[in-house]
Structure formats: C-alpha cells, structure tokens
Design a protein around this ligand. Structure first.
Ligand SMILES: *Cc1c(COP(=O)(O)O)cnc(C)c1O
Length: 295
C-alpha cells in the first residue's frame, strides 16, 4: 500500500540528496570540527559551507547563524538569551497566544524568574492586531517574539510591520519561522528581523538540528555553557552530519522556493475544491485564506 503523507507541518521526510550529503560525516569523515588536523578541518569546512547555505536562504551573513539541536532550542536560546542579556534594561516581553509551546513555555519559565509577559491575542482570521501590540509596549519591554507562520493553520503574521514597531521603540524582535522557512520568502534584512528560529526536520533535513539567526550586534546569553563552539554562544561538539544535512536542505529550499510554493498552492486549492464539492456548507476553514501558507 502506498502511504500518502499529509502532515509536513509535523515533520518531513529526509530528502535523498540531503541524506547522501550527510552519510560521509557518519562514516569516514568523523573529525571533531575543533581539531586542527586534517579530518577536523574537513568537518569544520563542511560546517562553514552549511552555515553559508542556511544564511543564503534567509538572506543574512553566515556569521549570524548559530547551529542548535532543534527549533525548540533556537526558541529557548532566543527568548531566554535576550531576556537575560537585557535584564538591567527591563523585564517585559511581548509574545502572542498562538505561539508554539517552545516559545510559550520559555515565556512561562521567565515569568517564574520574575519577568513579565504580555500575550497578545489574534482575530478570527488568526492575525495579531498591530495596535494591540503597540499598546502593550512598556518602557521595560526588551523583546517582542511573534511567530512568522502558525504551525496549525499557517497564517502569516505581518512580520515586517511588527519589526518596524519594535525598532521604533528600541525593542529586539525575534520570530519563530520554523514553519515559514522554505515555504515562503523569508528575508531577515528586508523584514528587519533581529533573531529567527528554524528547524531541520520541517524542511526535509533530519530531526535534531536547527539554527538560530542573531543579527550582528545583538547580544544574547548562551543557553548551553561549555566549550567554545559557535563563537562560545552554543557549546557542545558540533553535530556535523546533521548540520551538513540542514545546509543542503536549505540550499535545495532556496533553489526550489518558487516552484515549491506554486506546487503547494496547487494541491491546496485542489484539496479545497474537492472539499467544497463533496461537503459544501458542512465545513469551516480555521482562519483567513489570505496571508497564509501556502502562498
Ligand atoms: C516544529 C516547530 C518547532 C519546534 O522545532 P523542533 O525542531 O521540533 O524542536 C517550533 N516552532 C514551530 C512553529 C514549529 O512548527
């Protein structure tokens, strides 16, 4: 029996090209990227290639990419790292009610540590209200974290407008773009994003690898303490094979972005057409059809 898999928002299958790129690093290329001799340098070089591939997908500098163990770790690092780094400036964070648990639970943890968090709501379309967001800002607000695309219904928040509001008030802006990266255009420079989380297994790389983009000049407290990997911002011997896989998946996602987007739109519309035909009047779509994935 052929399986038809409809849940690429939960996880995706590893692409063959990605797996093939990874395999040497699970076999003969086992060097520690921090070692100075040749097999170490092979690993180091592979990681730096992957860093460029990830950076190129979201249009940042490769030295603004930090590899992590997953999207969850990227979110934890961004939220706690910015909160702790700015503790003297203020203790207030703004996020939304529809964030992934990786963001919501990080914020709840910070509340237990004495931080204050405002959770803005969404309208029936699934979008946050920019006036509500701006009205939530306090002199003590140090971070706004709003997801790019929602993992349940796919609605895309007005990220560029949110970044503008944040910066007008001198606030750092983080976005969980785990569902957006590879599925719609994500350009951190054009959109004014300061920190961005992404995850390998949502874009045809393996589970257990992610990345955090942090704009140069934005300081954060590391989530992992230990060795000097990732400019001392994320300790732990690098998971070379998975990082290589993430890099390759990002390269493919970048090259295929427009065809992938039109393909998704086509099957989405086909599916909606069918539902409409067979269940007319008996179904409801959660959230707006505009400004959502796929687009
Ligand atoms: C999947 C997902 C995460 C978590 O990523 P993991 O790599 O599974 O830890 C975070 N945010 C969103 C929006 C997601 O869809």
């Amino acid at each position: 029996m052929n399986t038809v898999y409809f849940d690429n928002a939960a996880t995706t299958k590893i692409r063959t090209e990605v797996l093939n790129e990874m395999l040497p690093f699970l076999g003969r290329n086992y060097g520690n990227a921090s070692s100075l001799y040749s097999i170490g340098r092979v690993s180091k070089h592979a990681i730096e290639t992957a860093r460029k591939q990830v950076a190129s997908l979201i249009n940042c500098n490769s030295n603004e990419i930090y590899f992590t163990s997953c999207g969850t770790e990227s979110d934890n690092t961004a939220i706690k790292g910015i909160a702790f780094a700015n503790k003297v400036k203020g203790n207030h964070i703004i996020t939304s009610k529809i964030e992934h648990p990786a963001v919501l639970e990080s914020c709840k943890f910070l509340e237990q540590q004495g931080f204050e968090v405002t959770y803005v709501g969404v309208d029936s379309g699934g979008f946050i209200n920019l006036d509500e967001l701006e009205n939530s800002i306090r002199p003590s607000t140090v971070l706004i974290s709003i997801m790019f695309a929602n993992n349940e219904i796919g609605t895309i928040q007005p990220v560029k407008d949110i970044a503008k509001i944040a910066h007008e008030h001198n606030i750092i802006f983080h976005t969980d773009a785990v569902q957006a990266v590879g599925n719609c255009l994500v350009d951190v420079q054009d959109m004014g994003i300061d920190l961005l989380s992404l995850s390998g297994h949502k874009i045809h790389a393996p589970k257990g690898v992610g990345a955090l983009y942090v704009r140069n000049g934005v300081d954060f407290v590391p989530f992992m303490n230990g060795g000097h990997q990732e400019k001392s911002k994320r300790a732990g011997t690098e998971n070379v094979a998975e990082i290589v896989g993430l890099g390759k998946a990002c390269e493919i996602a970048r090259n295929n972005l427009s065809s992938h987007m039109s393909f998704l739109l086509k099957i989405r519309n086909y599916y909606l057409d069918r539902i409409d035909k067979f269940f007319s009047g008996k179904y409801r779509i959660n959230g707006a059809l505009e400004n959502r994935l796929p687009r």
